[in-house]
Design a protein around this ligand. Structure first.
Ligand code: HEC
Length: 453
């Protein structure tokens, strides 16, 4: 959001450090009865449980939510979309203005770049998504290219700098992203105000968000209010440091030189099994799930019940859409015993899900064809004993410095080494965490003994 307005609002966020974290919206069960997995309450990071992958279109209330900061409550009366920079005619649109332009609808998967991060070995910092940082919705709005045509791109325009109404916490860098003009002019790239037939909810970007089909969620800027057209690459934190991955394969755990890191754009081909869960009775068991890619249709899904030694074709069901989920189903004659089910998708561009991870330092774009252990038995096996929660008391300095912008959901989900916690402390003090020099060791001792690999 704009610098002057931001300064004003930033002054207002200073008090958040001492405010109790009671502002969190408590997760409530959706119509489907599914509860989201709460990675963090505020900023809100909610993941869909795997059972959600039975749906071709993900109901909005089940759809994952990823926020870098608190969800802004935008009032339509105060909102416009401004376009300036390298344009012939700077523009300011109300939502009513945009709705007068030709409406376009599109079904597309939206997947968080970090979906699956928790599976990488070695672990890294960040939201520890498992499977459900992805969903498929019907989006409606206008083509970005039609909106840009009103402004008229000047020669030399290469990037669009996209900014939403979200306000950073403390000294964290504002979430701003660029997309290349080429992607912006793609007729499938939209500015949407509708998700599954309803206005966007605040968590999903009310009143307007970017739809960049085939690309990871970091480009799908929410609460969009400003587009600045540039003739150069933008070097803000969320472009230059975050959301980058190596341009070539690296050995797990390797530090990668910044010059070998490129922005995350296209999604990978991927599939997830929704059912069965961890236990079924012997007999005919349907194995059901979805597969998707970056705009190339899914051409086949194979299923293995022996951890990938042998494969059989699943049936593709549901509708084929360019960017959406493709459902699959496999009639499994489940014999008694322990089995490892695996689904492996191939897209029409010939890309196949790998069996091994292609590690990257920030844990983006995980798409391994992953085993799911299933016990097939007449009687339900006894539940494994729950691991007792850690009982160590955090030092007071930790509570003072680290609980406020967010609660300890952020820390509890991590499994990091001491060296990684030291780096995280540097990041958070840089963003405004007030850590006294004398307290730092006690905080790092606590974090690295409680939330370790
Ligand atoms: C000024 C506000 C603020 C304070 C104070 C703060 N954090 Fe954070 N922290 C954030 C925000 C905002 C995020 C979410 C970033 C995102 O989603 O990209 C975050 C995310 C995290 C994460 C998830 C990994 C990551 O980097 O995104 C960890 C772990 C974490 N904080 C630990 C801490 C610790 C430990 C402290 C105390 C030393 C602390 N935080 C204090 C703002 C803060």
């Amino acid at each position: 959001m704009s610098i002057s307005r931001r300064r004003l609002l930033l002054a207002g966020t200073a008090g958040l450090l001492t405010r109790p974290v009671g502002i969190a919206v408590k997760a409530s069960a959706a119509k489907s009865g599914r509860l989201p997995i709460e990675l963090s309450q505020q900023p809100m990071d909610h993941e869909m449980p795997v059972e959600g992958f039975v749906d071709e279109i993900t109901p909005t209330e089940d759809f994952f939510v990823r926020c870098h900061t608190y969800t802004p409550q935008v009032k339509l009366a105060d909102w416009t979309l401004k376009i300036d920079g390298l344009v012939e005619r700077p523009q300011s649109f109300t939502l009513a203005d945009l709705k007068k332009m030709p409406r376009t609808e599109l079904v597309s998967v939206l997947e968080c770049a970090g979906n699956g991060r928790s599976f990488y070995e070695p672990h890294m910092s960040g939201a520890q998504w498992k499977f459900g940082g992805v969903g498929n919705a019907r989006w409606a709005g206008v083509r970005l290219k039609d909106v840009l045509a009103k402004a008229g791109l000047k020669p030399g325009a290469t990037q669009l700098l996209l900014d939403g109404a979200d306000v950073p916490l403390g000294k964290m860098p504002d979430f701003q992203r660029t997309v290349e003009v080429k992607k912006a002019l793609d007729p499938d790239t939209l500015l949407a105000w509708e998700m599954n037939g309803q206005p966007l909810t605040p968590e999903h970007g009310f009143p307007l968000r970017v739809i960049a089909p085939g690309w990871a969620g970091d480009s799908w800027v929410k609460w969009l209010q400003h587009i600045e057209v540039l003739d150069h690459d933008f070097d803000g934190f969320w472009m230059k440091t975050a959301y980058r991955h190596p341009s070539h394969s690296v050995a797990p755990g390797t530090a990668v030189d910044a010059k070998d890191m490129i922005p995350v754009t296209d999604l990978n081909v991927k599939s997830v099994i929704a059912t069965p869960g961890s236990w079924v009775k012997p007999g005919a068991v349907p194995v059901v799930g979805v597969a998707w890619s970056n705009g190339a249709a899914i051409s086949k899904v194979e299923i293995s019940d022996d951890a990938g030694k042998s494969w059989r074709l699943a049936k593709l069901t549901g509708k084929e859409t360019k960017y959406g989920f493709r459902k699959f189903s496999f009639a499994w004659d489940a014999p008694e015993g322990k089995h490892t089910l695996v689904a492996k998708a191939t897209d029409s561009a010939g890309r196949v899900q790998p069996m091994q991870e292609d590690w990257n330092p920030s844990g983006y774009l995980w798409n391994v064809a992953q085993g799911r252990d299933v016990v097939v038995s007449v009687k339900r096996p006894p539940a494994a004993d729950a691991v007792p929660a850690s009982s160590a008391t955090p030092p007071d300095a930790y509570k003072a410095a680290c609980i406020g912008c967010h609660d300890d959901h952020m820390m509890r989900q991590q499994r990091m080494t001491r060296a990684q916690w030291e780096k995280e402390m540097d990041k958070m003090t840089g963003w405004g965490a007030d850590v006294k020099a004398a307290d730092r060791t006690a905080i790092v001792d606590y974090l690295s003994s409680q939330f370790k690999p």
